[in-house]
Structure formats: structure tokens, C-alpha cells
Ligand binder design. Structure first.
Ligand SMILES: Cc1cc2nc3c(=O)[nH]c(=O)nc-3n(C[C@H](O)[C@H](O)[C@H](O)COP(=O)(O)OP(=O)(O)OC[C@H]3O[C@@H](n4cnc5c(N)ncnc54)[C@H](O)[C@@H]3O)c2cc1C
Length: 491
């Protein structure tokens, strides 16, 4: 949305750069309805939902997407962070259809587990692995326990914490597994799943935060009998994976929202302070070339990781808000893209590696292109992604480990799983995430619910530390913040 002021100033602005034009237009005399800080999916969804308002979205990096950006290698897109989604619901489903994006269900087999030198493909393979290392009765009991607990679960912040759910928020996933005497294979396998999915291990995350991921594995489960043919029971699941992405990866969504927002998005703009001036908020930013500028707005949504939110807006937040934001820990995370002219692993989308290695997952970034995008150059160009989660979120050594050391450990270990693969690699790229995942330690659901309850008055929060650390939940947090802004304007 362009202000009348832009039209009036056009002749004057003719001789000055676009960046300084923004300064001249916005300094002092323009008040936005709402300013959104952070162009990850939370901030972008908030902006998408508030499209009828006079808004400005400020993003530090040159590109939007935050933890969901893609790289390009010889026509193939590869994820640097977010890889896939479950079946999108509102608000993502609405964004995808409004912006005309083509969602792809990831072809089966989407998941394969490598365990002590053997590969177990799909849901059937995982069931086989768990049963063979425990018992059929133990497998039934595990699945039923999870699904029973999951019956009352709703997405955050709608989960009502009472009874068993409230208790599961107070204990670790390990404690829950132990009190149910699940066989060791369950904690061995799921510990690596949790590290890969949350950047934290089974001793660190709450049982409640493990629940949705565990339930995802047992959707539609029916008790198995000794005389059931396992392969037959899982036959129907082999075509549907319930995992989704796009030809150009998940980053298609942030990029499409960014182009939908047009000049209401300002990239390369780092917010350094949010303060109150009378009834308004003053949002101060640093732009390229060290230009400083202060924008004004009636409402603000902070869609940055909690530590950054605390840093830039500590002065306008209440004491309890500051205390909760300060209590959120983040897991560091690293991804490594390996570029080769021959496949390293091309039999499934995600190879999970629960064998105590540096990385927890190996993704084939060409999987979708090979199935759906005939033009992609997947015969000569291959991209394989290593997801390097810390053994414990407290261990930040990953962030400071030199590239050479990281690569030599990763490649040595890769050869153990997929012999000879390191010799195929021509190039590589490392991406480090200081704020990889907000860690859902015991008590985190209670903290998140409380933080939402004490937030309002024109200043709202969004981001995955308030919900569940997934792309889709982060989008929902953005939509919720937008709704609260609309309600506030109505009041
Ligand atoms: C390696 C990895 C893999 C993942 N894989 C998946 C997956 O496959 N599926 C899934 O559902 N989820 C996945 N996730 C989780 C998912 O990526 C996140 O939950 C989600 O993207 C978080 O979105 P957000 O908007 O809350 O935060 P972010 O994406 O971190 O966005 C915050 C934005 O704020 C900007 N910013 C920061 N400081 C400032 C400032 N001072 N001024 C202006 N802007 C600022 C940042 O540059 C960033 O763009 C993964 C996460 C990681 C780290």
C-alpha cells in the first residue's frame, strides 16, 4: 500500500536512492497500523493475515524465510533448514491456495531407518525393526499408550493442560518411557528422532512435546495379532506418506508471501529497539550502509526468536514476560549440503541414522524433483543433505567447530553408513543455526500458555517458541498474533 506522501514527494525523490527514499517517506510523519519484526514464516503469516491494514514487515536478512530457506545447485533446490510439512491446515493451506502454490506429497518411501547396517523402509520397516527388537505385545502396548494419551491433545495454545497431559508436561520423555518399561529399542530409536526434530534429546524434552511426533508414527494404528501378516497390514501405507513439500522446497511459501507483500516488506533491515512513545511504538532499525531509521506504529508483532525479542524489546515487555522469554533455551543446529555428480543415497527421501553418529538424518534433495519435475537436472547433479543435531542442546560446540573438522568427521561417518560416498562429493556448503530449535523442556507448555495470556495491549509475540517448533505451528502463531491485533483495533 502506497501512501499519498510518496506521490507528493516523487519529484524530489527522483534523484535519490530507493533506500534513502524510504527514510524520507517514513521518518516521523507516517504512522503504520502495525509493524511486524522478522520475516520467518511466523512474521510472514501475520503480515499475510493483516493484508488489509497499513503494515510494514522488517527483516534483517536480504531474503525472507528465516529457518526455511533454500539454495540452488544446477537447477535443483535444496533446503538449508525446513525440509517438509505434515498435511497443511489453516493458515498455511489458505496461503498455499491463495498464492497458487503446487503442494507435492513426498513419494514413498519417505522414511527409512538405518539400524546396525540394515535398512528398514517406511512405516512397515519401522514396525518390523521395533517388533523384532522387542515383541509384538510390546509394540501394541507402546502404540496404544501413545494414542490414548494423544486423544485429549490439541495444538498449542489450545491444549488444555489437565490430568495426564498436565503430568506429561512435567516429566521428560525418558521418564515416561521408563515408567512404562518400554524396551530399550524405543528410546534408542526415538532419542535420535527427537534430536533430529527438536535439537534436544530424550532426557531433555518433555514427554508432552514428544507426544505429537510419536502419534504421527501411529496414525490409524490397529492392534496387531500374532497371525497377522505385517507386510499386508502396512500395505496401504506404502503410497501415502503424509509428508509434503514443493518443487522448490518449503522456501516457496515464504518467497511467495514476500512477493505478495511487495513494498510492505523491507529486507536488509535489522530492528535494534522497540520503545513506546505516547500511544505509539517506535521501532528503530539499522539498514545497509549503517543508516538508522525509526518507524512508528500503533501495534507491533515481534516474530523473532525469544532471545532477540528480549534484546530488542526488553524495555516494553513486562517483568514476567521478560522472565519467561529469558527462560527459553535454543538448540544449535547445522546442516551440510553435499554436491555430487552421482547419487549418494537415492532410495528414499529421509534416511534416519540412529547409530550414534554426528548427523541424525540424510536427505535426498533430488527426491521430489526426480518424481515430479522432469526438467530438473537430476541425472548429473545430486544434492544430499546431512542434518547435524547436537547430542545435547546444551552443547554449542557445533557452532564453533571449524568447517574442516566438521566435514572430515561427517564424511568419515557417512562412509560407514554408505560406503564410498565421500569420494563422490565435489563441493559442500555448511549452514549454522544459532537459534535452531526452542527446546521444549518440562514445563514448556505451561510457560507458553502463560506467555500468551499475559501478552496484549498492542504488542504481540509470534514464533515457534510460543507453539511447537515446526514451520506450520510457527505460521499459526503468526496468524494468532494477527487476530489479536485485529481484536485490539476493534476494541
Ligand atoms: C535445520 C532445521 C530444520 C528444520 N526442519 C523442519 C521441517 O522439516 N519441518 C518443520 O515443520 N519445521 C522444521 N524446522 C523448524 C522450523 O524451521 C521453524 O519452527 C520455523 O521456521 C520457525 O519460524 P519463525 O518464523 O518462528 O522463526 P525464524 O524462521 O527464525 O524467523 C525469524 C526471522 O526473524 C529475523 N530476525 C531476527 N532478528 C531480527 C531483527 N533484529 N530484526 C529484523 N529481523 C530479525 C530472522 O532473520 C528470521 O528471518 C527446522 C528447523 C531447523 C533449524
Amino acid at each position: 500500500m502506497r501512501s499519498k506522501m510518496v506521490i507528493l514527494l516523487l519529484p524530489i525523490l527522483f534523484f535519490i536512492s530507493v533506500a534513502s527514499a524510504a527514510v524520507a517517506v517514513d521518518r516521523g510523519d507516517r504512522t503504520y497500523d502495525v509493524i511486524i519484526v522478522g520475516g520467518g514464516i511466523a512474521g510472514l503469516t501475520a503480515a499475510f493475515s493483516l493484508a488489509d491494514y497499513d503494515l510494514l514487515l522488517l527483516e534483517k536478512e536480504k531474503q525472507v524465510g528465516g529457518r526455511a530457506t533454500s539454495g540452488q545447485y544446477q537447477g535443483i533446490s535444496y533446503a538449508r533448514g525446513t525440509e517438509y510439512l505434515g498435511k497443511p491446515e489453516a493458515p498455511l493451506a489458505e496461503i498455499i491456495s491463495t498464492l497458487g502454490l503446487t503442494l507435492r506429497e513426498i513419494p514413498a518411501p519417505a522414511d527409512v531407518v538405518s539400524h546396525r547396517g540394515r535398512m528398514f523402509f517406511g512405516d512397515y520397516g519401522k514396525a518390523r525393526l521395533l517388533i523384532d527388537n522387542s515383541s509384538l505385545g510390546g509394540f501394541n502396548r507402546f502404540a496404544e499408550k501413545i494414542l490414548t494419551a494423544y486423544e485429549d491433545y490439541d495444538d498449542i495454545p489450545d491444549t488444555v493442560l489437565r490430568g495426564e497431559l498436565q503430568r506429561l508436561d512435567t516429566i521428560t520423555a525418558r521418564q515416561w518411557f521408563a515408567e512404562n518399561s518400554f524396551a530399550p529399542i524405543y528410546s534408542d530409536i526415538y532419542n535420535v528422532t527427537f534430536r533430529g526434530l527438536f535439537g534436544a534429546n530424550i532426557d531433555e524434552i518433555s514427554a508432552l512435546s514428544a507426544l505429537p511426533e510419536l502419534a504421527f508414527d501411529f496414525e490409524g494404528f490397529e492392534r496387531l495379532d500374532e497371525d497377522d501378516d505385517l507386510a499386508e497390514e502396512y500395505k496401504d501405507d506404502r503410497n501415502s506418506t503424509g509428508m509434503y513439500s514443493f518443487d522448490r522446497g518449503i522456501a516457496e511459501i515464504p518467497l511467495a508471501i514476500a512477493s505478495h507483500l511487495g513494498d510492505r516488506l523491507r529486507t536488509g533491515t535489522t530492528v535494534t529497539a522497540v520503545e513506546r512513545t505516547g500511544d505509539l511504538f517506535a521501532v528503530t532499525c539499522a539498514q545497509a550502509g549503517n543508516t538508522r531509521i525509526t518507524y512508528r506504529a500503533k501495534a507491533v508483532i515481534l516474530a523473532t526468536p525469544s532471545a532477540i525479542t528480549l534484546n530488542i524489546a526488553g524495555g516494553v515487555l513486562g517483568e514476567e514476560q521478560r522472565q519467561i522469554l529469558g527462560s527459553v533455551s535454543y538448540a544449535p543446529y547445522v546442516t551440510i549440503a553435499l554436491f555430487s555428480e552421482a547419487p549418494i543415497f537415492n532410495q528414499a527421501f529421509d534416511l534416519a541414522v540412529p547409530d550414534g553418529l554426528l548427523f541424525t538424518d540424510i536427505y535426498d534433495a533430488t527426491w521430489i524433483a526426480r518424481h515430479f519435475n522432469a526438467k530438473a537436472n537430476t541425472q548429473q547433479s545430486w544434492v544430499t543433505l546431512l542434518y547435524v543435531a547436537p547430542v545435547s542442546y546444551r552443547n554449542t560446540a557445533l557452532l564453533s567447530m571449524q568447517d574442516q573438522e566438521l566435514m572430515s568427521t561427517a564424511l568419515t561417518q557417512l562412509d560407514r553408513i554408505l560406503p564410498g560416498s565421500s569420494g563422490l562429493i565435489k563441493k559442500w556448503e555448511i549452514t549454522r543455526f544459532r537459534y535452531g530449535y526452542p527446546v521444549m523442556t518440562p514445563g514448556s507448555y505451561q510457560r507458553m500458555t502463560r506467555l500468551q495470556a499475559i501478552t496484549g495491549g498492542g504488542l504481540y509475540l509470534a514464533g515457534d517458541y510460543l507453539v511447537y517448533p515446526t514451520f506450520e505451528a510457527a505460521a499459526s502463531s503468526g496468524q494468532l498474533a494477527a487476530r489479536r491485533v485485529m481484536d485490539w483495533f476493534e476494541d
